[in-house]
Design a protein around this ligand. Structure first.
Ligand code: CS2
Length: 495
């Protein structure tokens, strides 16, 4: 068979391929999702697919891609359908997801995103745009007045193109037209993500029209969420696997692990899909779940990314097969767990074991280089926050210092063999500026990078014991190379 995935191809797919247990065309869209990357397609869109299959409703998703046109160009000709490939130890399975109705590429049509946000049927606007796209100064809870999208959207709010600017203009249009506001659902890996977006958005709105800011504060819900599913960027192998399973081509296929988790605060005044049908958990307060996931999964991931990449490991699973690094992974998980408040029904020891197994999944090729990007955006909540807690409570600081030293070493942009790589961090220039003239002096590097605003809390950065740990570990990394330094660290880590 040849051809391309789409509604017309569904009937001819092999029996082993699961497909929507509903006719997608029967349901309208109630969600606009900004940021249609692989993660959304492996996560929220899948929960929505399950909700549609079991409970129906006008809850399909209209996606918005703010920058690239690639996903729109791949998905629209396929009627929004794509393949979710799950790779577990037991094997590979394929499932066609039907919850996405269409994708709007802002680059193709500048007006279309606002039209979707202001459409009467839009009741939820959800987001996976990565930490850096919001333009929120997280320490202050205000907009970052130096962020390019914030500058542009404040100057010309009616033609907003950034995340917060679009939300504000979409809500303003709805208010003007007498439509109910939508619920804003942040699905990025940020602590207290609903609250964070709320404060940023209200601050932006206040700079435009204080009364409108008050209206948002009073009428718009921002439930927080914890999202989890390890989803590597799709590759040619992903597309080849989809074609092998389906017998037709799918240019939007993605691959992911079997595990998936979504914890959501149940505050949806304008309604919501029955995401619990897909396994989502609704709770009063997501914060403790988010802290656990950010500090244990994501924090350890970041350590794995920097120490692993510089040890020559391309994939997370290779890091887990390296005895010394695997030991440091377990050490980090334990130290991160110790910084958490107890959560009823959750044993962090079991959670750590499950995470280590997920990291080691031999079927998932998750690049350390992918996770290493945007370090300045990720480190504050993943590493610095638990490190500060550990400092204040007399707990083990060293694992966090190791992770930070590995990031600082990574900031040099060169492997131990001298090969260069791009940092891919929004503050790349500031990092380069901070390191200029410091050379490979560990103390100097620590001082320079610790002073980058907003990455490390002052109380941590100024602590002598912390500073000594980071500088000593970094100095070992610089002198002996990452692989060797990690081995020594693991030896001294005890059992
Ligand atoms: C990763 C996350 O790239 C990264 O920074 O730590 O994308 C991670 O894979 C997901 O949060 C897992 O849910």
């Amino acid at each position: 068979m040849s051809g391309r995935l789409g509604i017309a191809a569904l009937a001819g797919l092999p029996a082993a391929v699961a497909r929507p247990a509903y006719d997608p065309a029967r349901f309208g869209a109630g969600i606009v999702h900004i940021g249609l990357g692989a993660f959304h397609r492996a996560h929220q869109a899948v929960y929505t697919d399950a909700a549609l299959a079991e409970a129906g409703g006008g809850w399909r998703i209209d996606g918005i891609s703010l920058r690239s046109t690639e996903i729109a160009d791949a998905l629209n000709p396929q009627d929004g359908l794509y393949t979710l490939i799950e790779r577990g130890e037991e094997g590979v399975s394929a499932r066609v997801i039907g919850s996405i109705r269409k994708v709007i590429a802002a680059a193709h049509d500048r007006q279309a995103p606002l039209t979707a946000l202001a459409a009467p049927e839009t009741r939820i606007v959800s987001l996976t745009v990565t930490e850096k796209a919001y333009g929120i100064d997280r320490a202050e809870g205000t907009v970052d007045a130096a962020h390019p999208a914030i500058i542009a959207d404040l100057a010309d709010p009616r033609a907003a193109q950034g995340v917060l600017g679009l939300l504000a203009e979409g809500l303003r249009l709805r208010k003007e037209r007498g439509l109910q506001p939508f619920t804003v659902l942040c699905c990025d890996n940020l602590p207290d993500n609903g609250h964070l977006v709320r404060t940023g958005l209200i601050d932006l709105a206040r700079r435009l029209d204080p009364a409108f800011a008050d209206w948002i504060g009073e009428h718009v819900a921002f439930p927080s969420t914890m999202v989890d599913r390890i989803t590597p960027a799709p590759t040619d192998d992903t597309l080849a696997e989809a074609e092998r399973q389906l017998g037709v081509r799918d240019l939007a296929a993605i691959e992911t692990e079997p595990f998936s988790q979504w914890v959501i605060e149940d505050r949806f005044p304008t309604g919501r899909p029955e995401w619990e049908r897909g396994g989502a958990i609704f709770v009063e307060d997501v914060a403790p779940y988010e802290a656990m996931k950010l500090r244990m999964l994501n924090g350890t991931h970041s350590m794995i990314a920097y120490a692993g990449y510089l040890s020559g490991h391309r994939y997370v699973r290779d890091v887990m097969a390296d005895a010394a690094l695997a030991k440091l992974v377990h050490r980090h998980l334990k130290a991160a767990a110790a910084t958490l408040a107890p959560l009823e029904g959750i044993d962090t020891g079991d959670y750590a074991e499950a995470l280590a197994r997920r990291f080691a999944n031999p079927a998932i090729a998750h690049e350390t280089y992918q996770i290493a990007m945007d370090g300045t955006e990720k480190l504050p909540q993943r590493i610095a926050a638990p490190a500060l807690h550990a400092l204040q409570h007399g707990q083990d600081l060293r694992p966090f210092a190791f992770a930070v030293a590995a990031w600082m070493r990574y900031c040099l942009g060169r492997t131990d063999d001298g090969a260069g790589y791009a940092l891919r961090d929004p503050r790349e220039e500031a990092i380069g500026g901070a390191l200029a003239g410091v050379g490979k002096d560990a103390r100097g590097m620590v001082r320079a990078l610790s002073a980058l605003p907003g990455v490390f809390p002052v109380e941590l950065a100024r602590n002598e014991r912390w500073d000594d740990f980071v500088a000593n570990i970094l100095s070992e990394m610089l002198a002996k190379g990452m692989m060797h330094a990690a081995k020594e660290e693991a030896l001294s880590a005890g059992s």
